[in-house]
Ligand binder design. Sequence first.
Ligand code: ASP
Length: 578
Amino acid sequence: MIRTNNCGELTAKNLDQVVILQGWVKKVRKLGGLTFLDLRDRYGYTQVVVEESQEALVKGIKPEYVLEVKGMVKARKAKNPEIPTGEIEVAAEIITVINPSALPPFVLDDDVEVSEETRLKYRYLDLRRPKMQHNLIMRAQVNHLIRNFLVDEQFLEIETPVFGKSTPEGARDFLVPSRLNRGKFYALPQSPQLFKQLLMIGGYDRYFQIVKCFRDEDLRIDRQPEFSQLDLEMSFATSEDVMNLTERLLKKILQVTKNIKINEPFLQISYQEAIDKYGVDKPDLRFDLPLKTLTSLFVNSENKLMQKFNQEKAEIRGIAIENQLLNKGQIKIFDEISAQFNLPSLGILKLENQTWTGGLASSLTPEEKNGLLQTFGLDQNAKATILIGGGKYHHVSHALGEIRNQAAKMFDLYQEPYKLLWVVDFPLFEFNAEENRYVAAHHPFTMPQTDFLPTFDIDQQNAIADAYDIVMNGFEIGGGSQRITDSEIQARMFKAIGLTPEQVKNNFGWFIEAYQYGAPYHAGLALGMDRIIMLLTGADSIRDVMAFPKNAHGIDVMSNAPDNVSDYQLEEVHLKLK
Ligand code: ASP
């Protein structure tokens, strides 16, 4: 027999209909002579009522049993306006146990406290919880929406290989030994970057793919060894075209999933402005709280901390948290962040009722205090805590940027639920001190901006890329660039990052060769789907928006992967040392 309805759809419109529901027992309870059980599936749950005379029907039935219930839809005496099926109940006539269930290791409700390890070990049970179902259902909806949107825009969904050669995205590769080719390895793709560029040469002018990418990095709340990108590339297109399309897509996603309308173009700020104002290259602009540079204010300061900073030629920077007087515990949290960047404890000043307190209160001059008020745009009557740090420009900015984010969380400073912006004008290179060379900041197929074309390979430090990142609520949710399609520029780019012609030939010869055969100009981007869904669902980690993620150590605790393999398997791939 098949179900006539799901467990989330019956309402007063269905009164007196005989229905068949199938699902899991969420709860069983007795009330006087009646037994109530809630039957759940991914659409919701429905109350089933069993008369005293029918009590045998529910004998032995426990939570998580899978049942089929046949009965009539009746109006409920006590209605539950919280759920769509709250007006009705099903009066059971026949109950069939499809399968019993062992006692689950945790109650499958949203508000039950259970460790993540246990949830991951029994992921298939965890997935029954409404919150997880909501997350994965939204994810499926967004994927669907993306496909419809891009297909309407003439994009083709084309798959690229998982077994391939290393792609230069700057992380470590996962390697797969080849049995048929002794001693050789495939690298799992960090992204389909090279293939999508070749598809442009192949004439598929608008490509996309929702694709797994693999990077062997340390894991964080927003990082997993395998993750999904919406990867896309457009020919005869500039950065602007890609950014424009991405904005329209993201606006649509927000509108459909959150009913949030964004009409105006996304804000664009330069990398330099992001660091200067917000300390990080992925600023959370749901709130303001800008960083200020205070170095010149304190050049001649008599204050010990400021003198120390001046001696070290440190940059002095600070933020002012308005309307808050921080207590010791809160300051300690910020000091710990500062310590993570190897910076000394923060200088603290508090102002209330025109009275200064805090560590720096007695040792700064009135002029210095007034200077601070002016810099932060505060008046004498303001109430605020000012935090001051010193160190190398990037260090102190980054530390204060983290503190800025933490302060917003601590004092709930958010003014809107979602804020999207572009960060542009990125440096083309980063200096890698360990290797003593410049490396590509995005990847080595990124075009320098036109102004830097003559000089990018002799003045790497100042070269700016034609690249863009899209940032949502303080997370980098994607990035891309205009690609190099000129073999001379590409050769200079490789030289600028210290690759010898030999290395270039061995690693990318096959790829560069393709550009001799008529390449259209092209640009593209990839969006991190896991992060986007995490932000849309309000999940705490990307693990909560993946069906079967790894734990923080990269382990699938359910199946215990990675695991040892047999000697035989090792021998087969020639990895066994004899
Ligand atoms: N492949 C790049 C990345 O994964 C995105 C792009 O440049 O299109 O970050």
